[in-house]
Design a protein around this ligand. Structure first.
Ligand code: APR
Ligand code: PHB
Length: 388
């Protein structure tokens, strides 16, 4: 079997890249370890930057997002002293689109089906070969048989636990990491969202977030110790704790109901450099992880895809030098989002052993955000997305 671009991983990064390349007349094959149902069952964040929205439209899969997505012009922040709003539109003239990553992935699969894409599910033991030569290839096992795919380039879109990053020799990679000493317990419920826009809450009992997927589906999170398990939290206990951490006026009217999904996620910042090794290019979670505070995971995947798509398009037209720019261009933007999600995480969470001094600094940071237009503009610029 032969293709121009072999794509490892059929998550949002892999599918978005395949979709853009195919529409540009470039051949792809996607290899995914899991089944399609499994990929579509994962619940992730749901806030899209303008650049991500534009890319999905450009990929020909923005119709449902444009019909069903909700444009948010600002967000709320809550402190012990009350709630205030940062108006993105007023500060920087930009907005975000609230539309779940699960929906994005579904739309991408549907669009790939229309184009007749080759997506091979349940591909086991995927291995990458001859990455630094002119003719790389990929092997895998499926249904008890071995398979081989020859290609010009390989896009490693296989997430944090994938094999692409590991295929770069350890001595040729530099990894940067921060692990946060807490997790987020998330609940999805078929209830009307508590407010029109999101609420990020700094509270002495720990961070809380009120988010949503659509007018009938809400998504809430509370900061929990890493040792907490989903089984430790009944629905009733979750709602009680969430109500304590949200502003009283919101907690009083907030609709609650049975959880549709409940999970604990750790928080981590991680970057590997460079994002290229010969003919292998890392994209999305394969190269970097952000804590969810700020919802940058999918948005960074989108900007990586944008840069790599442009470079591969140029390379397939004879300008291979375009590929040399990919890693640096992507990393410049990634570190911007790393800084922002670290800042949001630091400002909003309770850290074990946090001193009274640290506490006062958090309060001062939030007070600046409440009262300084320049501070609000910087947040609004980062939240709605740094330029591509
Ligand atoms: N072989 C083939 N596929 C693999 C392998 C492997 N060895 N390892 C992992 N995969 C698949 C996973 O099953 C998954 O479907 O690669 C896909 C990677 O998808 P994601 O983890 O979703 O990563 P990505 O596509 O980069 O999406 C970016 O945005 O909101 C964030 O972190 C969130 O998923 C998110 C991301
Ligand atoms: C979500 O809706 O799941 C969500 C929204 C904003 C975040 C993180 C998660 O910062």
């Amino acid at each position: 079997m032969r293709t121009q671009v072999a794509i490892i991983g059929g998550g949002p990064s892999g599918l978005m890249l395949s979709q853009l390349l195919m529409r540009a007349g470039i051949d792809t094959v996607v290899l995914e370890r899991q089944s399609r149902d499994y990929v579509l069952g994962r619940i992730r964040a749901g806030v899209l930057e303008q650049g991500c929205v534009d890319l999905l439209r450009r990929a020909g899969c923005g119709d449902r997002m444009d019909r069903e997505g909700m444009v948010h012009e600002g967000t709320n922040l809550s402190t012990v002293n009350g709630m205030f709003r940062v108006d993105f539109k007023a500060r920087v003239g930009a907005t975000v689109m609230v539309y779940g990553q699960t929906e994005v992935t579904q739309d991408l699969y549907a669009a790939q089906d229309v184009l007749g894409a080759t997506i091979i599910h349940q591909a086991r033991d995927v291995a990458l070969h001859d990455l630094t030569g002119d003719a790389p290839h990929v092997t895998w096992e499926k249904d008890g048989r071995s398979h081989r795919l020859d290609c010009d380039y390989i896009a490693g879109c296989d997430g944090f636990h994938g094999i692409s990053r590991q295929s770069i020799p350890a001595e040729s990679r530099t990894e940067y990491e921060r692990v946060y000493p807490f997790g987020w317990l998330g609940v999805l419920s078929r209830t009307a969202p508590a407010t029109e826009e999101l609420i990020y809450a700094n509270h002495p009992r720990g961070f809380a977030l009120a988010s949503m997927r659509n007018p009938q589906l809400s998504r809430y999170y509370i900061q929990v110790p890493l040792s907490d398990k989903v089984e430790d939290w009944s629905d009733a206990a979750f709602w009680d704790e969430l109500r304590r951490r949200l502003p009283a006026e919101v907690a009083e009217v907030m609709e609650t109901g049975p959880s549709v999904e409940k999970s604990v996620a750790p928080l981590r910042s991680f970057v590997t450099e460079p994002m290229r090794w010969g003919r292998l290019f890392l994209v999305g979670d394969a190269a970097h992880i952000v804590p969810p505070t700020g919802a940058k995971g999918l948005n960074l995947a989108a900007s990586d895809v944008h840069y790599l798509f442009e470079a591969l398009q140029a390379a397939c037209a004879g300008d291979a030098a375009a590929l040399d720019l990919y890693s640096d261009r992507a990393l410049r933007r990634i570190w911007g989002a790393m800084r922002f999600s670290w800042w949001m995480t630091s400002m909003l969470h309770r850290f074990p052993g946090q001193s009274d001094f640290d506490q006062k600094i958090q309060e001062a940071e939030l007070y600046q955000l409440e009262t300084l237009e320049t501070a609000q503009a910087a947040m609004a610029r980062n939240y709605t997305g740094l330029p591509y």
